[in-house]
Ligand binder design. Structure first.
Ligand SMILES: Nc1nc2c(c(=O)[nH]1)N[C@H]1C(S)=C(S)[C@@H](COP(=O)(O)OP(=O)(O)OC[C@H]3O[C@@H](n4cnc5c(=O)[nH]c(N)nc54)[C@H](O)[C@@H]3O)O[C@H]1N2
Ligand SMILES: Nc1nc2c(c(=O)[nH]1)N[C@H]1C(S)=C(S)[C@@H](COP(=O)(O)OP(=O)(O)OC[C@H]3O[C@@H](n4cnc5c(=O)[nH]c(N)nc54)[C@H](O)[C@@H]3O)O[C@H]1N2
Ligand SMILES: [Mo]
Length: 755
């Protein structure tokens, strides 16, 4: 650290890793990579501009129509009135009180989703949920946009919480390096995505590991619509989006037909192969799931499929599956089928073999670390006890009182009168934003804590300006990383921004629950308390962590918690002795057929994996919507965060759409051209980048802020004006963002836009 009186340098942590920050006076002036990071992310480059951007919310603001007439309509169309903090807090507290007294706490939705800050204490979701619990509870949500569908289906198959399975059991990169001969990656493994990780990733390792895999001669095969989903040097088998299950079934068919399936493993460690096999071989429906059958669906030729199946059987093979595959209609099927395929190969439980999920999706997967406990701000108990699957918010608002299915349950949607959101941007992340915009007009009141005037803040009634992580002190730590950070307050709050904690403490006081919410502690008291607990728990696990004062001085520490070894091979104890180390499934084994799921009676997710064609994919393309849209994560930032500063970069907006040369030529499109991307649900602008990925497929990353409601074309390029708002199935009810057909046309005119 090189500090002078007017310029200071500190390290802070974020979801995209640690970085150095230069502060001069009240301003962040520059950022630099953290020295120990072999492949630092460029995301911090835009931070100084974003933190001080004109799009920051300066003062508490209330929408005029709501303030003057309590009008619901007009969200997003109207101007805001700025008020002093005390007045705005009084109004918000009185309104929360009115709603809970008139309609009960089950009429309050506790804004469920979004990544907010990486700091442990100022975690916006924990803050809003604790506050709402203190005032009598709220309707909550379960699962995530990331992996909601997998979280529902995979426990039926492996008997373990999906995230625990991923984070605590899957093979680390070192094991894969040492043992895997063939890495088969459905949806790739993209270092662009492993730039980020929930709570931070300090050493970005993914690209480095792939260089080592190549040096060792491992064959790494990316299967999916985009060549660029895997590092340079990987092989690529192009595949139509949404058709992975067909390909996996065909690989299974080859194994079964050629006597390559591991009978002993199937008999010892699985249940239900006998119920699945007749479907696979076509005995129940007259259609063998052969390579020829699959080839016509997924666009991969039958010889490639046969050769791949044989190689997978002959070598130590790890199948990896990107999370994107289950953010699609019937996303349960490729997830379940990948487990069945791995079971037939019989390598589950062997180092570097079997199946794994989400490698590359976030940077922490593949690091095998001792899991330390603690540093969680307690959220308390929710007396309401009503939860919806997180991605069903639009349906909930549209259909109050109507029943819906979810993983064997059937319940009515609650009738929501008030939404409180902190730390997320639903008008970036939810599907079919034009439909959400309509549904969003129904509640009586919407309150949002947000640092920036995002599309969600613009559609709220009351907006409280929140600090960013750089304007307050916190601790950065996650179980997926081996560093620990004191995140110092770098600058004073921008404008009149306050910490979420202070906003909720002030509301709690007005609602008579100040003591419940704060327990008499300031933010720094809480940080000290949570840190002391964490330190004590770490000591119990034999890991020494400095005391808080020392950490503050040191700024960060590297913890000696790397582990690699037999206990990091997924399901190894189960494989060795399935009788004595059974899985927590009803049968104690891997469920190829699930009586439980079969018992739900869902035609969109029957008792074993099946091929179910999506409603929108190249197999149902029409002249009005001939192209499949995939909407991956943005490489240059985290979701919609810091977007307004990025948009100021010349030529950066609208967002870039990747299109194949054949499709571009047919529409007279060249790289750099301004485009209109559209379907029956909506339209957005984008800028063309012609690139040789898959014909018929276009890719438009998420991240742009949704435009103004008056726009009949979203100016910035948010793909969610085009996506379908439908659950993956009645079982998973995850989001199905990747199931969408669109058309693209050239647009005349100039395009530079800002927020
Ligand atoms: N089409 C399509 N859509 C998708 C996806 C897809 O693949 N395709 N992916 C989905 C997935 S997996 C995800 S995770 C979501 C991402 O969904 P989003 O919710 O859009 O994610 P973020 O942009 O990270 O939202 C975080 C918000 O919190 C704000 N914030 C940051 N710090 C603080 C704080 O301290 N306090 C408060 N109050 N606010 C803060 C930020 O400014 C930002 O607006 O998008 C989903 N949407
Ligand atoms: N830089 C950066 N990294 C991020 C994020 C970010 O915002 N920015 N967000 C993080 C979050 S919250 C999440 S959940 C993860 C998401 O991690 P993933 O879900 O793994 O990543 P995506 O980028 O959505 O999708 C990866 C690729 O899947 C391919 N794909 C789409 N549909 C199909 C299909 O049907 N079959 C096959 N085989 N492939 C398909 C697309 O070509 C796409 O590029 O990323 C995380 N990483
Ligand atoms: Mo996500």
């Amino acid at each position: 650290m090189t500090d002078t009186p007017d310029r200071q340098t500190r390290v802070t942590s974020s979801h995209w890793g640690a970085f150095e920050v230069d502060v001069a006076g009240d301003r962040i002036v520059a950022t630099r990579p953290f020295a120990a990071d072999p492949h630092p992310s460029a995301i911090p480059d835009i931070l100084p501009a974003a933190v001080h951007h004109r799009s920051r919310v300066a003062r508490p603001s209330i929408r005029r129509g709501w303030l003057e007439r309590r009008e619901r309509g007009g969200r997003g169309d109207e101007d805001f009135v700025e008020l002093p903090w005390d007045e705005a807090l009084d109004i918000a507290a009185a309104e929360i009180d009115r709603v809970r007294k008139t309609h009960g706490n089950e009429a309050i939705f506790g804004g469920s989703y979004g990544w907010g800050s990486a700091g442990r204490f100022h975690h916006a979701q924990s803050q809003v949920h604790r506050f709402l619990n203190c005032i009598g509870g709220y309707v909550a949500s379960v699962g995530s946009y990331s992996t909601g569908c997998a979280q529902a289906i995979m426990p039926h198959v492996f008997g373990e919480d999906f995230l625990k399975f991923l984070y605590e059991h899957q093979d680390g990169w070192q094991t894969i390096h040492d043992h895997t001969e063939t890495l088969v990656m459905f949806g790739g493994v993209n270092p662009k995505n492993s730039q980020v990780s929930m709570g931070g990733v300090t050493e970005h390792e993914t690209a480095g590991w792939f260089a080592r895999f190549a040096a060792r001669g491992m064959r790494c095969i990316n299967i999916g619509p985009q060549r660029t989903d895997a590092p340079e040097g990987c092989e690529w088998i192009p595949l139509r989006p949404g058709s992975d299950t067909a390909l996996m079934l065909a690989l299974a068919h080859v194994l079964e037909s050629e006597g390559l399936a591991d009978r002993d493993f199937l008999a010892r460690c699985t249940t239900g192969f006998d119920r699945f096999r007749p479907y696979l071989m076509g005995e129940v429906d007259g259609q063998p799931k052969s390579p020829e059958w699959a080839g016509a669906l997924c666009g991969v030729d039958s010889e490639t499929i046969r050769n791949l199946a044989r190689r997978m059987a002959a070598t130590r093979t790890l199948i990896t599956v990107a999370w994107s595959l289950q953010r699609a209609e019937h996303g349960e099927q490729p997830y379940w089928m990948s487990a069945v395929l791995a079971a037939m190969l019989g390598q589950i439980g062997l180092p570097g073999g079997g199946v794994g999920y989400g490698y590359g999706a976030i940077g922490g997967i593949g690091k095998s670390l001792v899991g330390l406990r603690g540093m969680t701000f307690p959220q308390g108990r929710n007396p309401v006890g009503k939860v919806i699957p997180v991605a069903r918010i639009g349906d909930m608002l549209r259909h109050p009182g109507q029943p819906y299915d979810f993983n064997g349950r059937r319940e009515p949607y609650p009738d929501i009168r008030l939404i409180y959101w902190a730390g997320g941007n639903p008008f970036h992340h939810h599907q079919d934003l034009n439909a959400l915009h309509k549904a969003w007009q129904r509640p009586e009141t919407i309150i949002v804590n947000e640092p920036w005037w995002t599309a969600t803040a613009k559609r709220a009634d009351i907006v409280f300006p929140a600090t960013t992580p750089y304007e307050r002190e916190d601790i950065g730590r996650t179980n997926l990383d081996d560093y620990l950070f004191h995140m110092p307050q770098l600058i004073p709050p921008v404008g009149e921004a306050r910490d979420d904690y202070v906003i909720f403490a002030d509301l709690a006081e007005r609602l008579g629950v100040a003591q419940d919410f704060t327990e008499g502690r300031s933010a720094s008291d809480w940080i000290a308390l949570l840190y002391a607990e964490y330190r004590a728990l770490a000591a119990e696990q034999g890991v020494e962590v400095p005391d808080l004062e020392t950490l503050k001085v040191q700024n960060w520490v590297h913890l000696p918690i790397r582990t690699e070894g037999p206990n990091r091979t997924l399901l190894a104890p189960f494989r060795d002795d399935p009788e004595h180390a059974p899985l927590r499934t009803p049968s104690g084994r891997i469920e190829i057929f699930s009586e439980t799921i079969d018992g739900f009676g869902y035609d969109d997710c029957p008792g074993h994996p099946v091929w179910l064609p999506p409603s929108e994919w190249l197999g149902t393309a029409t002249s009005a919507a001939p192209l499949h849209l995939v909407s991956p994560q943005p490489g240059d930032k985290l979701h919609s965060q810091l977007e307004s500063a990025l948009a100021d970069v010349e030529g950066a907006r609208p967002e870039t759409l990747v299109i194949h040369p054949d499709d571009a030529r047919a529409r007279n499109i060249r790289s750099g051209d301004l485009l209109r991307v559209f379907n029956a649900r909506g339209a957005c602008r984008a800028r063309a980048q012609v690139s040789k990925d898959s014909p018929g497929v276009v890719a438009l990353p998420t991240g742009a802020w949704f435009g103004e409601p008056g726009d009949n074309i979203d100016p910035h390029g948010n793909p969610n004006v085009l996506t379908r708002d439908a659950g993956t199935s009645r079982l998973g009810q995850g989001c199905s963002a990747h199931t969408a057909l669109v058309e693209v046309a050239r647009l005349e005119g100039s395009s530079q836009l800002s927020y």
